[in-house]
Ligand binder design. Structure first.
Ligand SMILES: [Zn+2]
Length: 87
């Protein structure tokens, strides 16, 4: 199991894992990105994901220092994920 969803970069756990076509849990993607063996939104670009993720971090109630840290490292973390590595 990957530590982070390889599409959106959210922490990947057994409770939010996506589903493969055969119904098994995905080891790579979370449920909001990947269901029944396909991306929930195949037209999504890394910029869309980035904008969404940054908005979520800004709106979250986490510690301000953690927030700043995440805002700095999130874009480069995204670029290393399997879904985006090619582009
Ligand atoms: Zn995801």
């Amino acid at each position: 199991m990957n530590k982070f969803c390889q599409s959106c970069g959210r922490p990947l756990t057994t409770t939010n894992a996506g589903t493969k076509a055969n119904g098994d849990s995905s080891n790579y993607y979370c449920i909001s990105c990947y269901q029944d063996g396909a991306f929930t939104d195949p037209t999504l670009t890394i910029d869309d994901i980035k904008a969404k993720g940054i908005k979520e971090i800004k709106q979250s109630k986490m510690n301000i220092f953690k927030k700043i840290f995440l805002l700095i490292c999130y874009p480069s973390r995204l670029q290393r994920l399997d879904r985006w590595r090619e582009s």
